[in-house]
Design a protein around this ligand. Sequence first.
Ligand SMILES: *Cc1c(COP(=O)(O)O)cnc(C)c1O
Length: 393
Amino acid sequence: MALEQQLRVPGPTPLPERVVRSQSRPMINHRGPEFAALMADVCGGIQEVLRTRNDVLLFPSSGTGGLEAAVANLLSPGEKALFCSVGSFGDRWADIATAYGVDVVRLKMPEGEAIDPEDVERLLAENPSIEKVFVTHNETSTGVTNDMPPIAAVVKGRGKLIAVDSVSGASCLPLDTDGLGLDVVVTGSQKGWMAPPGLAMIAVSKDAYAAAERAKLPRWYFDFAREKKFQERNQTYTTPPISVMYAVQEGLRMILEEGVENVWARHTLVGSMVRGGVEAAGLRLFAAKPYRSNTVTPIHNPAGTPEELSKLLTLLRTKHGLVLAGGQGDLKGKIFRIGHLGAIDVGDVFAILAYLELALSELGLLSRVGLMVPAAQAIAREGVASAEPVGVH
Ligand SMILES: *Cc1c(COP(=O)(O)O)cnc(C)c1O
């Protein structure tokens, strides 16, 4: 039995010691000056990481609440809108809109593949009434990172609004919110931000506020306009998760001390190491090149049956203390996933690969051991310059 558990699912992610300690501070009045300072610091830090001057609205919620907020604020009943899905989180966003009575046009890619900007272009040309497009930046269920610049260029080129789910991408993967003209970017505290679950963070452009004013879907808890008014005074409408905000503040300090671009480069390196390591042992990656995510790696079930895969994940957890994720939805039993976002470095990848190799060989699923770590070491030795380039690769 391992002394400590290593949590390597794609959210929630491990908390650095500094972040854990930051949360043990006493409660403060959320209508007082200490909270106003905390709020200003947190929102300013998120803006810096997301490369935006847009407001960052904070709602006490998981990431899904942020997706629902975007739907409820931007759309009207019966309005036609384009939802680009490359997996279960993309489907979830479209399902939320369907539940709200939106006329959803779904661009659905086969699992493991990325959105082709030409498909977006074609659908917008075929459906001139569509004014808003919803895209997943990094699809956690399939390990696909969509190439946002050309997709955003198509949408913004036609003068439409673009909303992006970057819950598991933001802070780890390059995302130039203002440079790309992204109108809504949704993210969540428990993924790349190195904080616990509980806070949805949503960057909202002026055009998105204007659309929200015209949009007719019912909304209450997630009302952008009301939240904006409160946040102008550095308050939130409801009681915020203050301890989670302490954690986000400390996580942001760590990100900004390291440098945002260095954080992106670190994820490129660890992503390359994970992929290089598992492929060296003959395991097969699920996502198609060149859109493989640098925050999560899904791997085809190396064990054959779903029961054998479940045995592998259980052995890793109980004997080696390594917690990996299975597949979501249709992919359950077919893949398993390694989360490598937030607090992760080169040494952590060695540990993940070494335990994975050990467990695979213990179950008789590897004919040769000792291949994974050296392959990852070779990538680490060359450094980020030799790793696949930052962004889509
Ligand atoms: C985690 C995640 C979400 C939100 O999930 P919650 O469990 O509601 O926090 C949404 N989209 C993506 C891509 C995610 O990875």
